[in-house]
Ligand binder design. Structure first.
Ligand SMILES: [Ca+2]
Ligand SMILES: [Ca+2]
Length: 199
């Protein structure tokens, strides 16, 4: 099963058919409870790819902006079953992220609340336990901060960051310091159309 794209806001999968590795069946929309996964809504609905079940293969995931639910289609089930988890509330300006905060090589659910500048995440090592959620204020929505995750200190765990669009400055807090230590660097220019990315 391969992720072949987004058409009309629908996540499409296609299965290999005989004759060669590049020969695919026609793509079909991914359904959850009989409804197509809607990842094309305006705003911050977004598709993600990460290995949730740890089998070395990517699992497609979407955050449904209208409800705050995540839907993860499991590769280990042959893309027949999905993990559903609630995390985030678009009415509070939450923007979804996937990152590995606990360093167990499994993805964790996160959001940045643009109304308050608060990051919050659920970790895979706790079974995404709401009672062990972590929250951290970092970023200032009033200054046009754009949230982004990256591993700036190289410890294998996600560091929270923002790109302050008004000045093109990056600000990050490092996981190795318990999110106490920070760094910053000016890089990028919004006036030239720059957008922040981390790989
Ligand atoms: Ca994790
Ligand atoms: Ca890190």
């Amino acid at each position: 099963m391969n992720i072949v794209g987004l058409v009309g806001g629908l996540l499409l999968l296609s299965a290999p058919v005989g004759g060669g590795p590049d020969e695919l069946s026609p793509p079909v929309p991914v359904l959850v409870d009989g409804q197509p996964l809607d990842v094309g809504r305006e705003g911050h609905s977004a598709p993600f790819v990460a290995d949730f079940d740890g089998d070395g293969r990517a699992d497609p995931a979407v955050w449904r902006e209208s409800t705050g639910w995540w839907y993860v289609l499991r590769s280990s089930s042959g893309y027949t079953t999905h993990l559903d988890w609630w995390w985030g509330n678009s009415s509070l300006g939450d923007r979804p992220f996937i990152g590995d905060f606990d360093g167990d090589a499994r993805p964790d659910f996160a959001f940045w609340r643009s109304s308050t500048g608060t990051w919050a995440w659920l970790t895979s090592s706790t079974g995404y336990d709401y009672g062990q959620a972590v929250a951290l204020n970092w970023g200032d929505p009033a200054q046009g901060d754009v949230p982004i995750l990256g591993d700036f200190d190289g410890d294998g765990r996600a560091d929270v960051a923002v790109w302050r669009a008004s000045t093109g400055t990056w600000y990050w807090k490092t996981s190795a310091s318990g999110y106490v230590g920070m760094g910053s660097k000016q890089w990028g220019n919004q006036a030239l159309g720059d957008v922040p990315m981390v790989r």
